[in-house]
Write a protein that binds this ligand. Structure first.
Ligand SMILES: Nc1nc2c(c(=O)[nH]1)N[C@H]1C(S)=C(S)[C@@H](COP(=O)(O)O)O[C@H]1N2
Ligand SMILES: [Mo]
Length: 198
């Protein structure tokens, strides 16, 4: 059992995806698109071999009032953007292997802990938590962190995402509230913005 499951981290799966709906790791690809000359489909292995593996300690915090801390491993967004190079965009579009879409504003993508994640606490990211590949954007509500990641597009215009079309805020900034700290099992008060620690 992986770390997240062992601490009973909630599992969100709005599109009702099952393991059969996603390709096996040797056929899994990530598609880069939009305003970039790096556009194309990259097989999982080829994609991850282009970057150094890094680990960040951060929290995924859901508008449904929980926050979970973990060591997330994968490709730092800053490293990814360095490879992308010169690109003009205002938004980044993330789409899953299901019907899940979410779009993030450029200014919210400079956080150094944003990661294209394929590992949690040294183990491969489990299917239930978005494996083999998901986004972890700790400075925004969890609905901006797309699981079962398939597409990353650099866009000029905003597209309304899955939860955003159902009333969730388009920017997704974390607001002050009281929530469950999944790691300790206790309720904590947060002051808004990235939850760095309690
Ligand atoms: N593809 C996909 N990504 C998703 C979701 C989803 O339903 N489908 N739920 C989002 C929401 S609302 C949150 S809080 C986090 C939850 O991540 P977890 O299921 O690993 O706890 O994933 C986000 N990414
Ligand atoms: Mo969420």
């Amino acid at each position: 059992m992986g770390y997240l499951k062992s601490i009973k981290c909630p599992i969100f799966n709005a599109e009702g995806l099952t393991e059969k709906d996603i390709p096996t790791v040797d056929q899994y690809y990530i598609e880069i698109g939009g305003n970039t000359d790096k556009k194309g489909k990259y097989l999982y292995k080829d994609f991850f071999s282009m970057f150094q593996h890094k680990v960040v300690d951060s929290r995924l915090t859901s508008v449904s009032r929980f926050s979970v801390r973990a060591k997330w491993g994968g490709i730092l967004w800053t490293d990814f953007m360095e490879w992308i190079g010169d690109v003009k965009y205002s938004y980044v579009y993330f789409e899953s292997y299901g019907k899940y879409v979410t779009v993030v504003e450029k200014e919210d993508l400079f956080n150094e802990r944003i990661i294209i994640c394929n590992e949690v606490e040294g183990e491969p990211l489990e299917f239930a938590y978005g494996g083999p590949v998901r986004m972890v954007i700790p400075n925004l509500w969890g609905y901006k962190s797309c699981k079962w990641l398939k597409r990353i597009y650099f866009l000029d215009e905003y597209i309304v995402g899955f939860w955003e079309s159902r009333g969730y805020d388009d920017k997704g900034l974390i607001e002050p509230c009281i929530l469950l700290d999944v790691n300790s099992g206790s309720f904590k008060k947060i002051k808004g913005g990235e939850v760095l620690d309690f």
